[in-house]
Write a protein that binds this ligand. Structure first.
Ligand SMILES: *[C@@H]1O[C@H](CO)[C@@H](O)[C@H](O)[C@H]1NC(C)=O
Ligand SMILES: *[C@@H]1O[C@H](CO)[C@@H](O)[C@H](O)[C@H]1NC(C)=O
Ligand SMILES: *[C@@H]1O[C@H](CO)[C@@H](O)[C@H](O)[C@H]1NC(C)=O
Length: 395
């Protein structure tokens, strides 16, 4: 229908799409391409440019073709691509009416990609911009700037093969991201409902990600999170590490088959489950339920809800602040309570080939706040230490 154009060209208007090839636009994109090249070294971007799985995505190379679609009002972005995809907000100063979606495809100089293989369409009835290709070079990068804001915008993007997805500074109602082996990077995203799925790629959340979040990572995929905030958060991995610095949620469910679960500061009701992996929590305030079959548990409790810890085959280390009020029930093959912990009404019972220690810390009400730890084949160690100490020990 139209001749594919390479590099910069002149303005042309086609089939309801506004195709921008002006010098001004070319300059802007050229400039953005320079910024893209800096990803690997920029301290804020934290783009893992050195990572072989995503290299080629960072230094995007030359812009080969671009589109500016007139959309009014915008509703949905759908993408199905075998290459890299980056989604960012449309600049509100340049486009105060929020009525454009800008799409650019870039690739490495001399690459074999043909941008004509990329279909970019706006469906007015669906209010949907669709970006689709089966055949574009996997090394190419598609960059989208869209007016994504709360109030009826959806993002539904999927990459195949090793295509990576990066979504930055956007808001949307429903956000669905899927990769096969490519990395997904979410940076400062707000969404009512956010669903991320990967069959083997990494999932990296940078800055704060808000919303009801569901991350499902299979095979060796790892999930790394700076900060998640939402009423409901579910994350699962199979073999890969699940690591989060901050979690502020009403309820979270985190699970891994063989990977470790390593958490920093967690708030709210949290359930953690691993079959083979270790579970570490630097600081928990709220209800915590953690269990592992083969692994060990290492948990620091700073503020108490109910805490229930179980390791079927491994050992458990529980650390608490000395002022914590708690009813304790510690059972294991061995139980070791540090002499610095002052336990009242301490009782010891023997059962099978294990021991059960019960008692109260700081006149706790028996029925409200308790810590239960059970390691039938291992040792339960109970220590009192300041949060500060616990951090130092971790380093
Ligand atoms: C998390 O899982 C629970 C239980 O399966 C479910 O009720 C909840 O809707 C899930 N939350 C999200 C954000 O998917
Ligand atoms: C945690 O769960 C308890 C009930 O199990 C509930 O009363 C409490 O409000 C929850 N906490 C949060 C932060 O949602
Ligand atoms: C799990 O924890 C145990 C006990 O602390 C430790 O010996 C082991 O190396 C840990 N495993 C991994 C994979 O970190």
């Amino acid at each position: 229908m139209f001749a594919p154009r390479w590099g910069w060209g002149l303005g042309s208007l086609q089939l309801g799409q506004l195709q921008v090839w002006t010098a001004e636009a070319a300059g802007r994109w050229a400039c953005r391409a320079c910024q893209t090249r800096l990803y690997g070294s920029g301290p804020d971007e934290r783009w893992p440019g050195s990572d072989p799985e995503v290299s080629g995505f960072g230094p995007a190379g030359r812009t080969l073709k671009e589109w500016a679609l007139l959309v009014s009002p915008f509703g949905r972005l759908r993408a199905r691509l075998p290459c890299h995809l980056s989604v960012r907000p449309l600049d509100p100063l340049t486009y105060p009416d929020a009525d454009r979606v800008l799409v650019a495809v870039s690739g490495v100089e001399g690459g074999a990609q043909d941008p004509a293989r990329l279909q970019v369409k706006y469906d007015e009835a669906l209010k949907e911009v669709a970006i689709v290709s089966d055949t574009i070079d996997p090394q190419a990068t598609v960059e989208v700037n869209a007016p994504l804001k709360f109030g009826n915008t959806d993002l539904n993007i999927k990459s195949s093969g090793s295509g990576c997805i990066k979504v930055q500074n956007i808001e949307c109602d429903n956000c669905k991201i899927e990769t096969e082996h490519g990395t997904s990077i979410l940076q400062s995203v707000k969404s009512q409902k956010l669903h991320v799925q990967t069959r083997g790629g990494k999932v990296i959340c940078l800055g704060t990600v808000y919303g009801n979040i569901d991350i499902c990572a299979s095979d060796k995929s790892t999930v790394t999170v700076d900060k998640l905030q939402g009423s409901s958060v579910n994350i699962s991995t199979e073999d890969g590490l699940l690591k989060a610095k901050y979690l502020y949620t009403e309820s979270s469910f985190l699970s891994s088959a063989a990977g470790d679960i390593t958490l920093g500061s967690v708030h709210g009701n949290i359930t953690l489950q691993s079959k083979m992996g270790n579970i570490t929590v630097d600081s928990s305030s709220g209800c915590l339920k953690a269990s592992t079959h083969q692994g060990a548990l290492d948990v620091y409790v700073s503020q108490l809800g109910k805490v229930e810890l179980k390791s079927h085959k491994g050992s458990i280390l529980v650390k608490v602040t000395s002022s914590l009020q708690a009813h304790l029930q510690l059972s294991g093959k061995e139980v070791d309570v540090n002499s610095e912990v002052h336990v009242q009404e301490m009782a010891e019972a023997h059962k099978d080939d294990g021991i059960i220690i019960t008692g109260l810390m700081n006149q706790a009400n028996k029925h409200e706040k308790w810590i239960k730890a059970d390691a039938p084949k291992g040792t339960v160690s109970f220590r009192s230490q300041s949060w500060f100490q616990s951090l130092k020990l971790q380093d």
